[in-house]
Design a protein. Structure first.
Length: 349
């Protein structure tokens, strides 16, 4: 059915059937997602594919570009039903002139995308990690999809972290001498620099594959003071050039709140929920440097800054969702770690 400013009520009920009883469904806010879909309908044609019981799927056809997308895909292990839905989606994409079908990706990389591959890692899942039943990858493979981008997360064990810290000791001593100012990322600092953070994020990630920009209004819907309140104020930081006052790098880190099983209606906050954690895992998630300031060692400075307070507040750390061809992966090379793998899939039309 064509999207007509409303998603069917069954759309929000299917995930609970897919994930029960083994695991909790990914947290999603119907209100926020409905608002995102409504705004994105201004620059995409959207089709809804569902049997209202076992499968939901969005077909996403951008006004510009050669790729069509599928997103918000949740399904029980019914190969025939998925064959039927994806055949309709692929036929529609081909009819509209698209060359590839890519997903799962909900409009842009600001929203849910990718699959997690293989068995669940020791941590179960971390906050905002792509999680899905293991059979999802097999379903896509049988439907003719292959990985087009791959990613990984690395968990460093507690015994290893002091070694990492010691190796960065020289950097820590230099932090006060570099021509950049470190701004601890508190909710007040976020609010003060909100517009500049939006511009910095667009600059850092704009060239990434599968990236699609979002409007300032949509960014503010997703990343705002409420978002900043869940960040760890001891390890999250903005880097500002002293001579120009320009923001040049960022590191957004937060504790893994997933073990608390908070409802989607209760946003996590560092002040309230960090003390409740039985095990304290730091998630190094959104870390990047402005393209004009790369090759100056700023990623190492960001990593060193995070290590200053790490041992006081956390038991271990996950470097989250790094592209496998990203140089930043080398920060943890040489140390034992546990890895989880992810992929974004594509199918030629």
């Amino acid at each position: 059915m064509p999207y007509d400013h409303q998603l069917p009520e069954s759309f929000w009920q299917i995930p609970a059937r897919v994930y029960a009883p083994e695991a909790a469904a990914p947290r999603e806010s119907p209100e926020v997602l409905a608002a995102v879909v409504a705004e994105e309908a201004g620059r995409h044609t959207i089709q809804v594919y569902t049997d209202h019981a076992s499968l939901r799927l969005l077909g996403i056809f951008p006004d510009e570009g050669a790729d069509a997308f599928f997103g918000l895909w949740e399904t029980l292990p019914d190969a025939a039903l998925n064959q039927q839905a994806f055949a309709q989606l692929a036929a529609e994409a081909k009819r509209r002139g698209y060359r590839r079908l890519v997903g799962p990706l909900c409009f842009t990389t600001f929203h849910r995308y990718r699959l997690r591959l293989g068995a669940a890692p020791s941590w179960g899942q971390f906050d905002a990690e792509p999680v899905n039943p293991a059979y999802y990858a097999e379903l896509l493979t049988d439907l003719g999809f292959t990985p087009t981008l791959t990613f990984e997360s690395r968990l460093l064990q507690p015994a290893v972290v002091p070694t990492v810290y010691d190796n960065k000791a020289a950097l820590l001593a230099q932090l006060q001498q570099v021509p950049f100012e470190f701004l601890p990322l508190t909710p007040d600092v976020w609010q003060e620099h909100e517009a500049a953070i939006f511009e910095l994020v667009q600059a850092i990630y704009g060239a990434n594959p599968a990236y699609r920009p979002v409007s300032a209004a949509q960014f503010k819907l997703l990343y705002n003071r409420t978002y900043a309140e869940k960040l760890c104020p001891h390890t999250s930081v903005l880097l500002r050039e002293r001579s120009t006052g320009k923001l040049v790098a960022q590191s957004f880190c937060n504790p893994n709140y997933a073990p608390l099983n908070l409802p989607a209606t209760e946003p996590a906050t560092f002040q309230r929920h960090y003390p409740l954690l039985p095990h304290r895992t730091l998630l190094a998630k959104t870390v990047g440097v402005h393209p004009d300031y790369r090759q100056q060692g700023l990623m190492s400075y960001l990593g060193a800054y995070g290590m200053v307070s790490f041992r006081e507040y956390y038991d271990d750390i996950i470097f989250c969702l790094m592209r496998t061809d990203n140089f930043s992966r080398h920060f943890t090379d040489g140390f034992p770690y546990e890895t989880a793998h992810y992929a974004l899939y594509a199918r030629e039309l």
